[in-house]
Design a protein around this ligand. Sequence first.
Ligand SMILES: Cc1ncc(COP(=O)(O)O)c(C=O)c1O
Length: 458
Amino acid sequence: MPHLRPFVAAVVRPIPITTREQRIAELDRAGHNPFNLPADKVSIDLLSDSGTGAVSVDQQAWAQRADERYAGAESFYRFRDAVRDIVPYRHILPVHQGRAAERVLFSALLGPGRISLSNTHFDTTRANVERLGAEARDLPCREAADLDSAEPFKGNIDVDAVREVLSGPDGSRVGQILITITNNGGGGQPVSMANLEAVSAVARAHGVPLILDAARFAENAWLVTRREPGYQDWTPREVARRAFELADGAIASLKKDGLSPEGAFIGVHDTDLADRCEVDVIATEGFRTYGGLTGHTMEQLAQGLREVLDPHYLEDREREAAFLAQRAQEAGVDTVRPAGLHAIYLNAGRVLPHLQPRHFPGHALACALYREGGIRCAELGSLYLGTFDAQNELVTPAPFELVRLALPRRVYDHSHLEYVAEILAGIAKNPERVPGYRLTHAPGVLRHFRCRTEPIAV
Ligand SMILES: Cc1ncc(COP(=O)(O)O)c(C=O)c1O
């Protein structure tokens, strides 16, 4: 049976078409940082899959029924029930986006000298741990280090390493174990149910709360049904529910698998913990039945959460990502394997071997994609993860020089991805034409969002 895309566009937005000269001028104005580009000068925007998806006609229809009353609005109860259908926790608190959920929950679980263990803390997650004076310690499984292997669950946490920390001198300082599904900071790779079960048992044995950072809970569940023995006959909803059951709480940005431009939740069993979070949410986000969200958004989210676990939708997403990965590889550009769902990660270090990490090959490839095709994406290499001296010279490079092509949900079709692959192939044919970069302005924190760079001949 040939694949049939399970939706069509109901409302469209025109794509800006620019010339190469215009794009060169825009890059100059933006200090050669794609984050500074105005979106109306971007043709294909693969900077993020967060809050960038298309909403459905049913989401729009439900939004018309929004109840915007301050407390106890009907929209809140519909939202809460839709979350509880998947997330079986006693307490669900809405907040405006994922990092607010991080800030509130971590403030209740961590503090100076405490440790958060994770498969990989996402960037805002790490920032929210560190600003409390706590340590964010990543313990990815060994397989995660091999970008080329076909291992199905490279997002797993190293359970032996977790056990070792908990039984060692640092054990009493561990305030939480945080599992990111799928592992965004680790190439978008999924976490297996076997890994979740193992870490759940260890966490319970040591009395440490296990928390899911579940921004892509549906995509992780889908990959479990596809890759993990014993789960082929499970629905994505059943897998997602089981994953939440194995943990004590969760935070989830719903800008991804909530299929909405905003929203997140904190879910916990423990009533004392929920109470502490609730005080913070009321003081900083909004009353406990809206948490900074409109009724409009809560209705969209309730419907989005019903749609996102549809196997036809998830299969389509898997196919699109796999298609782009395959076309990139055919063009001679290695990608992190196996392809996940929310993004394709290009191995820029290999495509641009003439550029040393200090010339930022990932950033150079991201700028080249914009210059040659109006495609915007983000570097995940030394510019983002390296350490620098006072003169902005790179001291410690990132382990890999990657570029992330994030795939907004239900937005781009095959022809758009084909276009991206063609532009990529053109760059890969003459890689030596791609210049390196140097930093001209490098703020101490959140560098990649705010820096300016300039091209240099290498
Ligand atoms: C794994 C993960 N956690 C947390 C966040 C933060 O969510 P938000 O952007 O809604 O603040 C993101 C956002 O991309 C993410 O990917």
